[in-house]
Write a protein that binds this ligand. Structure first.
Ligand SMILES: [Zn+2]
Length: 494
């Protein structure tokens, strides 16, 4: 097999896999069958293919190599993944020893259930299901470690540091500094909310976090009718054709089997991108649409002439999340909130403070998750007693919530995704500070800023998040801009 054949097959299989996932998510197809697609490309996701790109001489070659390595992990763990997905899809949660509800329904209810006592009961039931999946999670984890060892790495962390070209120790030091700087403001925001759940900081079960995150007190402001006009105006003003670009397909339809969570699928960057959403109203709808719009624009406006690898394969997810975070944070601006929803300045300010509070809470959560993962993989990741202790220790300390040790495997994303997210957090705050300086505090109302963004997106996935930050003269890997923004926003509350 040749390099060109490999690239062509990566392109074809990605196209098929992305459309398969999209169809299921959109409610247009009932059963997901990615395993058979991957099997058809078994020759591609193999050590033989990896050998062809053993010594890549350019960035495109390195991306191709990373895509094959990732594909090998997916192929070798597909049976374990399938067993796990099937288990959760069929699992039921027993609440208070009585009523039984499907696992995913219980998780959805946790976000909206107004009674704190019932939320904790739901959390208990959900934890029991996660514990029952422990063995299956174990098999999956063991299979991943096996593949990583086959690549020549004894340590999972070392493998991902090499693959993503990042120094996790350095990142962790900065994140811990930022978290400690912001701890007092975080506590001031989150403690009254924990008290409303009848719990103190450090004692509050994590089952309440999703409900606190949803900010139900502001939902009525974010109406279903107001959603589309607000979004159209936002992107029109920037001169960004989210709603009209021939490469971006918007699916706003309401289908019964459609997953309500917004998502973006990229069969091929610069040629075919799909944004799915099913707006039902509420601030989460607005936020998640803005987030996914950032992804859709980045990939939809990529110039395919830069070649498939640089357009479609990232060094990490940090760069892609930089753009989604940037657009999501437009929705945190009180001026945008007032315009989009029609509330007065005071109310808009209040909502903006709470969105900043949620953002900070999630930042703390991800810092906790990342700390837990680094510690877990520094020792034996298959030791459950140690694993549970490491997970709750790190997450409790970072958030002030009390995590359920039974979630130690469920609540861990593969490939240090937590670090990619956190890098995007730092990078987005730095880039946004620069945009405000360059195009004014409401840069998101100017065509010039839109034009600048459009130029960046032509380059597809070539840069990394920190390159973009350094490129505008801000400090990469630094949390200073994030600290500045959080202190500015949450100072209003004090
Ligand atoms: Zn995203």
């Amino acid at each position: 097999m040749t390099y060109d054949e490999i690239v062509q097959a990566l392109r074809d299989s990605t196209y098929e896999l992305q459309n398969e996932g999209r169809m299921v998510r959109a409610g247009l197809k009932a059963q997901q069958d990615t395993a058979s697609i991957i099997e058809r490309y078994a020759w591609l996701y193999s050590d033989q293919a990896l050998d062809v790109v053993r010594e890549p001489t350019d960035e495109a070659g390195r991306r191709v190599r990373a895509a094959i390595a990732q594909g090998i992990i997916e192929r070798r763990t597909a049976p374990q993944q399938d067993r796990l997905v099937t288990f959760y899809a069929g699992a039921t949660v027993r609440v208070d020893g009585g009523e039984e509800i499907p696992f995913f329904t219980a998780q959805a209810q946790l976000l909206r259930e107004p009674d704190p006592g019932r939320r904790e009961a739901l959390g208990e039931g959900v934890g029991a299901v996660m514990e029952a999946a422990d063995e299956l999670q174990f098999e999956l984890q063991a299979a991943v470690l096996d593949v990583v060892r086959g690549f020549g790495y004894d340590c999972y962390t070392d493998f991902y540091e090499a693959l993503k070209e990042v120094d996790y120790g350095r990142l962790q030091t900065e994140l811990v500094r930022v978290a400690e700087r912001l701890r007092a403001r975080y506590r001031a925001w989150v403690e009254p909310r924990m008290e409303r759940c009848g719990r103190a900081y450090g004692e509050c079960p994590q089952a309440h976090m999703g409900f606190i995150r949803g900010l139900p007190e502001h939902d009525a402001v974010f109406t279903r009718e107001g959603f589309e006009p607000a979004m159209r105006r936002t992107f029109e003003r920037l001169g960004l054709e989210l709603f009209t670009a021939s490469t971006i397909h918007l699916d706003l339809e309401d289908r019964p089997a459609k997953n309500p969570r917004a998502s973006v699928w990229v069969p091929e960057a610069g040629r075919e991108v799909h944004l799915l959403t099913r707006p039902g109203g509420g601030n989460a709808d607005y936020s998640s649409f803005l987030h996914e719009a950032g992804h859709a624009l980045h990939f939809g406006l990529t110039d395919p002439a830069i070649g498939w690898p640089l357009a479609n394969v990232g060094r990490s997810m940090a760069y892609a999340e930089l753009w989604s975070f940037l657009f999501e944070r437009i929705g945190h601006d009180p001026v945008w909130i007032a315009e989009a929803t029609g509330v007065d300045e005071h109310r808009a300010e209040q909502i903006a403070v709470d969105l900043a509070g949620v953002d900070l809470m999630l930042f703390m959560r991800y810092v906790g998750k990342f700390n837990a993962e680094l510690e877990l993989y520094a020792g034996d990741p298959l030791d459950p007693v140690r694993g549970r202790r490491v997970f709750t220790g790190a997450c409790d300390a970072a958030t002030g919530f009390r995590y359920d040790p039974r979630a130690w495997q469920f609540d861990r994303d593969p490939g240090f995704y937590s670090a990619d997210y956190l890098r995007a957090w730092l990078a987005e705050a730095a880039l946004e500070r620069w945009l405000r300086r360059e195009y004014g505090p409401h840069w998101w109302r100017t065509r010039e800023a839109g034009q600048w963004l459009r130029q960046r997106w032509l380059e597809g996935w070539l840069p990394e998040a920190e390159d973009m930050v350094a490129g505008v003269g801000e400090a990469p890997w630094s949390g200073d801009a994030l600290i500045e923004r959080v202190e500015g926003r949450l100072a209003v509350a004090a």
